[in-house]
Design a protein around this ligand. Structure first.
Ligand code: UDP
Length: 397
């Protein structure tokens, strides 16, 4: 089975990091077509996964774009669709990893006659997308996709609520190679020393800097935490959120937290910084589709506090594998941080439970087997209602 993967981004977001893991087993018989150049291409080249930049023109539609703005992008989309449709003739199926990839992939699937799988990694809800964007995504997926792989029950439910077909949609959780997150304790000490934070309690935040990722909530929470608590913000503005970065920096200044908040920028390998942290927080103010960082924190044996919405509710069992707080509530976040800070035994137990849960539930080879068996189904042209419910099998096992 030869696969043409499509992704709109050249940047290293969660969707792209996950696609690199999904595509790896097919690297001798696949191509990843990107709609923009960037670090994602370099990562794929390092992993020897074939990659091609399919256009130099960006598709200028944002998550909240209106109809007019969306229509204006048609002059970019049409030549891209023609190119992808030609390319698709050399492959057995098209796999769209992002929303713009779905738009292009759906039309290319119609022209080339190749089946389409759509990996749904977004919450199709009003907090994230304009009505027109939701309508386009659901209509194209319903009409052209033989399979929609949702990365959580939350993304699946939002898709169905927006009008998406239930019978073509399957949940497959992101998978992780647990060996990458094993204890590299020397690196912990090195990073803590490099940051000059050996004797501090470090709260880590790992995400691109964007308003809905809620770094400002952690900064605000910090003023209610014990003096010894410091925050490291790992990640950068990936999609033009420079204004938000400026706001974060002036918030830190206004709250006089310059010595306690450390902006570290984007790190290709987050593991040493996770290990350097005592606790990892996730602070999204809108429902998170999945929340890779939460699983990664668990695999690194670090306590995790997540914002109670979207896919995060499927990842954290409160006070058992982590803590959950109301999204956008700094005081509640500060209280949860204080609990972990003051109750090391409780935290240690949670961390151990979370690690073994993450290792068994989010295993990369299991995820890749599930995706492969779903793709085999559509490749062989079986009817979509027969797609096996892999998630329920996984839970039963
Ligand atoms: N990440 C990274 N370097 C950074 C910050 C984040 O590699 O400096 C990774 C992080 O470890 C996670 C991914 O980016 O694997 C973000 O995925 P998540 O699902 O948390 O959010 P998304 O970017 O998909 O909205």
């Amino acid at each position: 089975m030869k696969i043409l993967f499509l992704d709109q981004s050249g940047k290293l977001g969660g969707a792209e990091l996950s696609l690199a893991d999904v595509a790896l087993p097919y690297r001798d018989r696949c191509l990843i077509g990107l709609f923009a150049d960037g670090d994602f291409r370099k990562l794929l080249e390092r992993k020897k996964i074939p990659v091609q930049i399919l256009t130099n023109n960006s598709i200028n539609v944002k998550k909240n774009s209106n109809l007019l703005k969306s229509l204006a992008s048609i002059t970019t989309i049409i030549p891209l669709v023609i190119k992808v449709a030609r390319l698709a003739k050399k492959y057995d199926l098209i796999y769209a990893n992002t929303q713009k990839a779905l738009v292009v992939g759906a039309l290319a699937s119609l022209i080339s006659g190749r089946p389409l799988a759509y990996h749904l990694r977004d919450m199709l809800c009003s907090e994230h997308f304009s009505p027109i964007n939701r309508f386009v995504a659901v209509t194209l997926a319903n009409r052209f996709a033989a399979l929609v792989i949702a990365n959580s029950q939350a993304t699946r439910s939002a898709f169905i609520e927006a009008g998406g077909k239930q019978e073509i949609t399957q949940v497959v959780y992101n998978g992780f190679d647990a060996t990458k997150y094993c204890d590299r304790s020397r690196e912990r000490d090195t990073i803590r020393a490099k940051l000059g934070l050996q004797d501090k309690y470090i709260v880590g935040h790992f995400s691109r800097l964007a308003p809905w990722k809620g770094q400002h909530i952690l900064i605000e929470a910090l003023q209610y935490c014990p003096e010894n608590v410091n925050a490291i913000l790992v990640g950068d503005a990936l999609f033009g959120e420079e204004e938000y970065v400026r706001q974060l920096r002036s918030q830190v200044k206004e709250l006089k937290l310059e010595d306690r908040v450390h902006f570290l920028g984007f790190c290709l390998d987050v593991v040493p910084y996770m290990l350097a942290s005592d606790l990892i927080t996730h602070t999204s103010t809108a429902p998170e589709p999945f929340g890779r960082v939460i699983v990664e924190a668990m695999l690194c044996s670090r306590a995790v506090i997540g914002a109670k919405a979207g896919g995060v509710l499927e990842l954290i069992e409160p006070n058992h594998t982590g803590m959950l707080v109301e999204p956008g509530n700094p005081q509640e976040l500060a209280d949860a941080i204080a609990t972990c800070y003051h109750k090391p035994d409780f935290t240690k137990q949670m961390v151990e439970q979370a690690r073994s849960y993450a290792r068994s539930t989010f295993d990369l080879s299991q995820t890749n087997r599930e995706i492969d068996s779903l793709l085999q189904f559509i490749y062989r042209g079986k009817d979509s209602p027969k797609i096996p419910n892999l998630l329920s099998q996984r839970t039963e096992n």
